[in-house]
Design a binder for this molecule. Structure first.
Ligand code: C5P
Length: 220
């Protein structure tokens, strides 16, 4: 399960991120660097995670004209990250160009498309998520980010090998915050998620490594 839990380093300084990586490294193998942390400290944090022999999920959710996103994805690959994201709603041409940028590369990150943010709730979200997932599959992305509520449907529509990453994870003992479409770690894994992303329930906990261990136990 250690290879399926991703901890979101949603903090505002390199030092805070470094402390979390140090504390959590005995239990966690993948760390997510999002737009906030990357804007604060740039690739320094990725280099630190690499140095600790851990993996980086660079979650910058690219959305721009195809040429720009292609260049951004190529730059992410140069850092040696394990996984990176772009918004599927950026369109098929953007996705195809981004996937093409990685073709034939030896060490290429998994390219996953963001469907509908888990902070959104509504009636027809599952339908929209499936529609976006099918576009991502057609553009040869490796998988998608969606809520645990849609995992089964995505796997049914796109096949079991198509990677599903689930944020919106809340153990019963954690606060929901701004997340709307949430599920417990146990249920997310049961639904078929390949990876779960957990931020605040771990990084805001009094003892982050205990929270991570608890979540790992709940994932089984
Ligand atoms: O603190 P929390 O567990 O809600 O953090 C979830 C993380 O996953 C955040 O870093 C957020 O940016 C990210 N994420 C998300 N919904 C998506 C894609 C990424 O919540 N659809």
């Amino acid at each position: 399960m250690r290879n399926r839990l991703i901890v979101a380093l949603d903090v505002n300084s390199f030092d805070k991120a470094k402390k979390l990586v140090d504390k959590l490294s005995p239990y966690v193998n993948i760390f997510k660097v999002g737009s906030r942390l990357f804007t604060v400290c740039g690739p320094k944090i990725i280099n630190y995670i690499n140095k600790k022999r851990k993996k980086t999920f660079l979650d910058l959710k690219f959305f721009d004209i195809p040429n720009t996103v292609e260049g951004a994805v190529r730059a992410a690959a140069k850092y040696g990250v394990f996984m990176t994201t772009l918004h599927i709603s950026g369109g098929f041409d953007m996705l195809k160009k981004a996937a093409g940028a990685l073709k034939g590369k030896k060490k290429k990150p998994l390219l996953v498309g963001v469907t509908v943010l888990t902070s959104k709730a509504g009636k027809d979200i599952a339908k929209e998520v499936i529609k976006l997932a099918l576009i991502a599959k057609k553009a040869k992305l490796d998988g998608v980010v969606c809520s645990p509520k849609e995992t089964r449907q995505v796997k049914r529509a796109c096949g079991n090998k198509f990677i599903v990453v689930n944020p919106g994870i809340r153990p019963l003992w954690a606060m929901r915050g701004d997340q709307r479409r949430v599920t417990t770690p146990e249920k997310a894994i049961e639904n078929g998620a390949d990876f779960i992303v957990v931020g605040r329930p771990i990084i805001k906990a009094k003892y982050p490594s205990l929270a991570a261990q608890k979540i790992l136990e709940e994932m089984v």
